[in-house]
Design a protein around this ligand. Structure first.
Ligand SMILES: Nc1nc2c([nH]c(=O)n2[C@H]2C[C@H](O)[C@@H](COP(=O)(O)OP(=O)(O)OP(=O)(O)O)O2)c(=O)[nH]1
Length: 368
């Protein structure tokens, strides 16, 4: 984040306090989660849906889609299992009930993920997606016409898929970790060596593990002289190309991103809020956010993900206390975008971040 990014810092905690009960309820899977019901709205149908994830025998990640049966709206379309929240139910209770009714399984681990609103001819729906990684019982087609296990990023073997779900399928391609360069402290050569080690270790240690290899790398280091930044960016892209599942974004410099063949661009908050802001023309675009307004803007521009922080105190922004996990969760609960938690992150905080609705963690000093 640039110095201008700090203008809204602190707003995160403040805005989170104003979040609705519904958002609070949907925010986390911690003991406090799911203890309140969504705020009823005559106009919006609340839905809980499960992105059920497994690792197949080849070590690849897969998710489950199910086909809507005859007699329902959008019969024959493929969806994530789930359904409408009944009066008095929390989001999590609705999820648990639906998966018993539809699949015959008891959910034992679910983390809140994205919330997506979509206007259909028959209704406006607000779908709270949970990632479900553990359950009891065998999945059975009790209510659906069929099942399919899909690989994130691979062409879908089934269609049509419910129209609201396109962004969800794209979000499933994102990894759990975003590494941010810190050549200002480590030097360009030091940083390239750290990345080579990190990617090498990652590949070697987790060659068969589903998510271990994949990560995003953001070339930040905005203060570097242009030639050094170019060398860093080119070096990071060259390293990334030696490892599958590693994609590189350049912070705030589309021309540099193009010249080094990066996968994407990353927008600092000031750029995001500019009146003439548009989504840069890259396959992958991220944005730095510190408030609900910035998250909403990132979604409006069609960014693929946001980085939200600082969550915990960090030397990068020593003036900021960090919004804390509960505020993070409340902001994440309202976002249609996958969000990486930033600020004071370390590898062992990944599970905590996910329990509070994060896509994963963004690390600057805490990687390698
Ligand atoms: N379950 C589910 N619903 C989705 C997804 N994507 C999406 O747009 N929706 C929409 C379709 C429907 O308008 C709404 C879910 O309503 P539903 O009719 O399936 O709910 P239900 O299982 O409670 O069904 P019913 O008892 O009312 O017949 O959310 C998805 O991935 N999963």
């Amino acid at each position: 984040m640039s110095s201008t990014d700090s203008s809204n810092r602190g707003a995160a905690a403040q805005e989170a306090t104003q979040a609705t009960d519904a958002a609070t309820d949907a925010a986390t899977n911690s003991p406090a989660a799911g203890t309140t019901t969504p705020t009823p709205s005559a106009d919006i149908v609340e839905v809980a849906a499960a992105v059920i994830l497994r690792t197949n025998s080849a070590g690849a990640r897969e998710f489950l889609l199910a086909q809507r049966p005859p007699g329902k709206v959008y019969a024959g379309y493929w969806e994530f299992p789930g359904g409408k929240v009944e009066p008095g139910e929390t989001m999590r209770q609705a999820l648990d009930r639906e998966l018993v009714e539809e699949l015959g399984i008891e959910v034992t681990q679910a983390t809140p993920w994205l919330t997506r609103e979509f206007v259909y001819p028959h209704a406006t729906v607000r779908i709270r997606f949970f990632r479900v990684e553990a359950w009891r019982g065998g999945i059975a087609p009790i209510e659906h016409s069929g099942f399919a296990w899909l690989t994130p990023g691979a062409p879908s073997p089934v269609e049509p898929i419910l129209p609201a779900n396109g962004p969800i399928l794209r979000a499933l391609e994102l990894p759990a970790r975003l590494l941010i360069t810190n050549a200002a402290e480590n030097s360009v050569d030091g940083e390239l060596a750290r990345l080579a080690r990190a990617l090498g270790d990652r590949s070697a240690a987790t060659a068969s593990a589903h998510e271990g290899r994949a990560c995003l790398v953001q070339v930040r280091d905005k203060e570097l002289p242009a030639a050094e930044r170019q060398r860093l960016a080119a070096g990071v892209v060259a390293l990334a190309r030696q490892h599958s599942g590693v994609r590189v974004l350049i912070n705030d410099d589309a021309a540099l991103a193009r010249s080094v063949g990066a996968d994407g661009a990353h927008l600092p908050a000031a750029r995001l809020l500019a009146k003439d802001a548009v989504r840069p023309d890259f396959p992958l675009v991220g944005a730095s956010c510190h408030s609900a307004a910035e998250l909403a803007r990132a979604a409006e521009l069609g960014c693929d993900f946001a980085v939200l922080g600082p969550v915990l105190p960090t030397p990068t922004h020593s003036e900021a206390a960090g919004c804390g996990w509960e505020a993070f969760a409340q902001l994440a609960a309202r976002s249609p975008l996958p969000i990486y938690a930033l600020g004071g992150m370390r590898e062992e905080m990944l599970a905590t971040a996910c329990a509070h609705g994060a896509q994963g963690i963004a690390l600057m000093r805490g990687w390698g």
